[in-house]
Each structure stands twice: as structure tokens, then as C-alpha cells.
Design a protein around this ligand. Structure first.
Ligand SMILES: O=P(O)(O)O[C@@H]1[C@@H](OP(=O)(O)O)[C@H](OP(=O)(O)O)[C@H](O)[C@H](OP(=O)(O)O)[C@H]1OP(=O)(O)O
Ligand SMILES: Nc1ncnc2c1ncn2[C@@H]1O[C@H](COP(=O)(O)OP(=O)(O)OP(=O)(O)O)[C@@H](O)[C@H]1O
Length: 552
């Protein structure tokens, strides 16, 4: 199925689910009684959304109603993916995308009949729950008078708030342990965020993410904001605390919308001694389109590129960032295996065996293994070719999700590990970026570089990738990133000079030329300087597996 068309519903499902409700869909409204009744009866009952109608009623279009029913139907089917059973036999070629496969490749329980759809809706989350007993309606309704308590976090696209229901609200239990996640306004003019945006995101979550990750995904449900008046309060809060926000997010606000998401609150419970570790696992396998001679995984290559572009003291050095190939990988070389790389804020506790054991448990958690298996099974081609099916888009989403690990204070209790941030990535908007990044990494030599050379100084690339420490020593040309100063007028134009092809000409070196702030680079790379003459350093950066240009 084409990525662009994936969210359209099968026509018979729309018709059937609408006709199951007769004329009740025509009103497409629900009212305040329903708001206050939401806790007593199933708030996910789309019939209720549609039945009552008065002056105060909230409109939900019949198309949206049908989509909600279809989502409920989808969620009621236990569609677990079979990625962990995926083997190379099912993909005997890696050089073209598998266009024939239908999506998602899931193991299905016997399907519900169409007449069961209403039952699925009425039962709310009972048959779509994730097993921990949490109540998961398909749709909740935010009571009027609900207020934001604090901004929990924000990214480029969304902001997440703790909220407080009005005193005496009868639906408190339904919102317990949940945060409000809302989309930022797409433009300065603060155009409202369409209902379609929220419904599509939720459809993507239910149809494409949950079948893969199941209970490992942070639960997310739709919430109707209409009439709660909360968006203005959220924006007032953002405005009041603007100066405390990260500079890149200052001045961004929430888009007006009738919908939002309730997401499972992964924060520690304040006083119980639990802690939250948050990191992005990123690409847990090498990119399928990485060059054959790569000694660095996609993420380590990207981190290296980003650091060399802006080598200031504020830029995180790649060797301190997690190497994704080391996560959930029992064969990972011990030189790169420090679990503190997912939690640099705890690095002062390197000698603390308990903290070490906790972080070890996180990086070897079965959920990360599962994420890796899904990433593997969903993309065998990489980002150089345009996607022909949705699997690739899902793979890119799973390569950019966030891992929340909630660590209890009591070591006998389980770590609660969940993945979040599964926003749909529109391939029409993102493909050029994906392909461009991969080309940059390949053509700029970042996957393969043995040395970074600034003037007369040779530096080991400041990366600490599993691939650099495994496999045979590389033979052949030494690959060099030759850095030239971009602070002079002459070189200022680009930080990456596309040479057409790197220079090699029988020198034993393949040279890729780049520009950067050389003074900052010399400073940042000081610990990575190649030992010249005298005693060989046993520093981890004196890597015997890396190619030595003097041998070239
Ligand atoms: O390209 P990457 O791997 O750097 O990932 C981008 C992320 O950068 P990161 O390296 O995680 O800091 C980037 O994260 P930040 O905005 O830097 O926090 C976004 O998540 C981006 O996705 P989108 O444009 O929001 O859909 C991410 O883009 P894609 O995942 O769509 O490539
Ligand atoms: N379920 C949750 N529990 C606790 N904190 C959360 C939760 N979801 C998000 N956050 C916090 O809010 C921040 C921003 O959330 P989110 O990742 O949804 O924003 P985003 O705009 O989608 O991010 P990005 O820019 O990476 O796309 C997260 O980094 C995290 O700190």
C-alpha cells in the first residue's frame, strides 16, 4: 500500500460502522451531559458522542465518527507483528523494496465480525488494554475547568502538560496517571491544528505502532478539548514561562484544536525514590545503505558529522553519546559497552555497582530487543531510494522514538520501560532530508573515516562505535577527513565541500575535504590526538583495529 494513502479506511468499514448507528451519526454531536457522564459510562462510546444534541453540543463529523469506530475496531483486533520471527528468508534480496507485502505483517486473532464493532467501542479499552490494567478508552473528554499544572516537556512538534481536573470532577480516575500532549502551531500565524491531524496520528499509532510494540509503547488516547477552554490556558502558561524554555522553543505555542492526546505519565512519583532515564535508541542496526567499508554505524556517523560541523564546547562529543548497536547486544565489544552512555547525567556514579546494574538492565531490556527486531524487519533498503510502502515510514518512526525507563527505588521491582513519540513522518516532506542525510554521511566519508586531519595534526575520530571495535582490522586506503578552516572569508561558504569524489590517486589515502572552525576543533579533539613517536598509548583512542595511515 502506498504510504500516502494508508490512512484511508476500507469503504465497507466506514459504511458498515456508520449504518450500525442509524441516524444517530447524523447529529454528530455530544453535549455537556456527556462530558460529565464520561466517567460513568464508557467515554469511548462513539454512539454517545453522536446521540445528544443541544445548543452546547460539540460537533464531530460523521467522517470522524466513522474513523473513531474503525480505530476501535482495529484496536480490538490483537494484531501483533511477527517481526521477531522475521528471518532473512523472507527477504532474499536487499536491493529493492518489497512492494508486494501487505501491511502490517501481523499475527491476527480471528477477526471480529463487523457487527461486533459497536461492542468493541462500548467496551472502551477492555479489549485494547496493554495488560497492566490501566483503563484505556479510545476517546476521553476533558472536563470544562481543567487547568494546566506544569509543562512537563516540549519538542519541536509537541508540548506535554500535567493537568488538573476541576475539584469534584467525577471523571478523575479516568485521567489519573495521564498527561496532555498537544501539537504546536505549525506556523507563526497559529493556524488551528485540524481534527484530521490528531485522528491521523492516532490511526497511525493504533494501526502501525501498537501491533509492533504493544505494551512497550507509551499508551496514547484521543481526548476532546472542545469547550474545556484549555488551549488558551496552555498558551498563557507557555508565554509566562517563555524565558525558562529552551531558546529554540521560545515563542512557539499550541495550535487551537478540538483534540489532544492523553499519554501515560512516565514521570517518577516524586517522593518514592524512583528515577526516569530518557534517551533515544535511534538506529539499532546499521543502515542498509551504509557503504560496505563502514566502520561506524549510522548514528555514530551522524554524531561525528554533527560534531565536526560545530565542534564547540557545548556540542556533545559522539563518543559520549550512545552507540545504538551496543544496545540490547550481548556481543557488543566491552570497550563501547558502558551503559552510562544512555545517562551521561549519572556518569559521576560510574563506580556505583547498583547504578551500573540498573543501566545494564535498561540497555539489555527485551523491549529494546523488540524495537531492534521491528526496525530490522521493516526496512531492508535504507533511505537512498524513495519509499514504496509504509513499512519504511514506520521504520523511520521507530528509529526516532524516545525510550522512557522508569526505575523503581526498590531493586526487586521491575523497571517500567516504554517507547514514546510516534508521530507520523510524512515521506513527502521528509524523504529529501532522509536521503540527503544518508548521502552526506556516505559522500562525506563519515561512515568510513579513520582519521580527522587538521593542519599537521592527526586525530582519531571522536566516536566510540561498536563497529570500530569489532571485525577484522581494515586494510586498504586510510580514509581521512581533511578539515579546513571556515572562519576565513575564503572558506566560509560551506561546511562541506562536495568534491564530486574524494581524492585518492595512489597515495594510500582517500581524502574527504570539509570545513570547520579549526581552532575549536583542535581544542575539542585534543584527547584524540594520534600518539607520535615514543611509547604507544594504551588509550582506548589508540585503536589498533583502525587503519594507520602510516601503513598506507
Ligand atoms: O535525522 P536524525 O536521525 O537526526 O533525527 C531527527 C532528530 O534528531 P536527533 O538526531 O534525534 O537529535 C530530531 O530530533 P530533535 O528535533 O533534534 O530533538 C527530530 O526528531 C527529527 O524528526 P522530525 O523532523 O521531528 O520528524 C529526526 O529526523 P528523522 O528521524 O525524521 O530523520
Ligand atoms: N509520556 C510521557 N511521560 C513523561 N514525559 C513525557 C512523556 N511524553 C513526553 N514527555 C516529555 O516531553 C518531551 C517532549 O515530548 P515529545 O517527545 O512528545 O515532543 P516532540 O515535539 O514530539 O519531540 P521531537 O522534537 O523529538 O519530535 C519529552 O522529551 C519528554 O521529556
Amino acid at each position: 500500500m502506498k504510504a500516502q494513502t494508508f490512512l484511508q479506511l476500507p469503504p465497507q468499514l466506514v459504511e458498515d460502522s456508520a449504518s450500525n448507528n442509524g441516524s444517530s451519526v447524523a447529529g454528530d454531536c455530544f453535549d455537556d451531559d456527556f462530558l460529565s457522564d464520561a466517567g460513568r459510562e464508557s467515554p469511548s462510546n462513539a454512539d454517545s458522542l453522536a446521540e445528544d444534541s443541544d445548543d452546547e453540543a460539540v460537533a464531530v463529523s460523521s467522517a470522524d465518527m466513522a474513523r473513531l469506530r474503525a480505530m476501535s475496531y482495529d484496536r480490538s483486533r490483537d494484531r501483533r507483528c511477527d517481526c521477531d520471527e522475521d528471518d532473512d528468508n523472507s527477504h532474499n534480496t536487499n536491493d529493492s523494496r518489497d512492494q508486494s507485502r501487505t501491511r502490517p505483517r501481523t499475527r491476527q486473532r480471528p477477526q471480529l465480525r463487523i457487527q461486533d464493532v459497536d461492542l468493541a467501542l462500548d467496551m472502551g479499552g477492555d479489549n485494547g488494554g496493554d495488560g497492566d490494567g490501566a483503563y484505556q478508552p479510545l476517546v476521553s473528554i476533558l472536563p470544562r475547568g481543567t487547568k494546566p499544572v506544569r509543562l512537563v516537556g516540549e519538542g519541536a512538534a509537541n508540548a506535554v502538560f500535567e493537568i488538573k481536573l476541576p475539584p469534584g470532577s467525577r471523571v478523575g480516575a479516568q485521567f489519573q496517571g495521564k498527561l496532555l500532549r498537544v501539537a504546536k502551531a505549525p506556523s507563526l500565524g497559529r493556524a488551528p491544528t485540524s481534527s484530521d491531524y490528531y485522528l491521523r496520528q492516532q490511526e497511525f499509532f493504533i494501526r502501525e505502532i501498537q501491533p509492533h510494540l504493544g505494551e512497550h509503547a507509551v499508551s496514547q488516547e484521543l481526548v476532546v478539548l472542545h469547550k474545556s477552554g484549555i488551549v488558551d490556558d496552555l498558551n498563557a502558561m507557555l508565554r509566562d514561562m517563555n524565558h525558562q524554555r529552551k531558546p529554540k522553543f521560545q515563542g512557539s505555542f499550541i495550535g487551537h484544536a478540538s483534540w489532544g492526546f492523553l499519554v501515560e505519565d512516565m514521570r517518577p512519583n516524586g517522593d518514592d525514590g524512583s528515577i526516569l532515564i530518557e534517551f533515544k535508541p535511534k538506529w539499532l542496526l546499521q543502515s542498509p545503505s551504509a557503504p560496505k567499508g563502514a566502520i561506524r554505524c549510522r548514528q555514530c556517523a551522524l554524531e561525528l558529522r554533527n560534531y565536526l560541523r560545530t565542534p564547540g564546547s557545548k556540542s556533545p562529543r559522539p563518543e559520549r553519546r550512545p552507540c545504538p548497536i551496543a544496545l540490547a547486544n550481548p556481543d557488543c565489544p566491552q570497550q563501547v559497552a558502558s551503559p552510562f552512555r544512555i545517562a551521561p547525567q549519572l556518569s559521576a556514579l560510574q563506580d556505583d555497582a547498583r547504578v551500573q546494574a540498573i543501566l545494564d538492565k535498561i540497555i539489555h531490556h527485551k523491549a529494546i530487543q523488540k524495537l531492534r527486531e521491528c526496525q530490522k524487519s521493516l526496512d531492508h533498503v535504507g533511505p537512498l531510494l524513495p519509499p514504496t510502502n509504509l513499512d519504511f515510514v514506520v521504520a523511520m518512526t521507530l528509529r526516532d522514538c524516545t525510550c522512557f525507563a522508569l526505575v523503581p527505588s526498590n531493586d526487586d521491582e521491575e523497571i517500567k520501560l516504554r517507547f514514546g513519540d510516534f508521530d507520523f513522518k510524512d515521506p513527502e516532506k521528509k524523504f529529501n532530508h532522509w536521503r540527503g542525510t544518508e548521502q552526506d554521511l556516505i559522500e562525506g566519508g563519515f561512515y568510513t573515516a579513520d582519521w580527522v586531519v587538521c593542519g599537521d595534526s592527526y586525530y582519531h575520530p571522536p566516536s566510540l562505535c561498536s563497529l570500530e571495535w569489532s571485525g577484522k582490522p581494515r586494510t586498504g586506503d586510510a580514509v581521512i577527513l581533511l578539515m579546513e578552516d571556515n572562519t576565513t572569508k575564503h572558506n566560509k561558504l560551506s561546511s562541506y565541500q562536495k568534491n564530486g569524489s574524494p581524492s585518492s590517486a595512489k597515495t594510500g589515502k582517500t581524502v574527504y575535504r570539509h570545513t570547520a572552525d579549526l581552532a575549536a576543533l583542535h581544542k575539542g579533539l585534543e584527547p584524540f590526538k594520534r600518539e607520535t613517536g615514543g611509547v604507544q598509548s594504551d588509550s582506548i583512542y589508540n585503536n589498533p583495529l583502525r587503519c594507520d595511515p602510516r601503513r598506507g
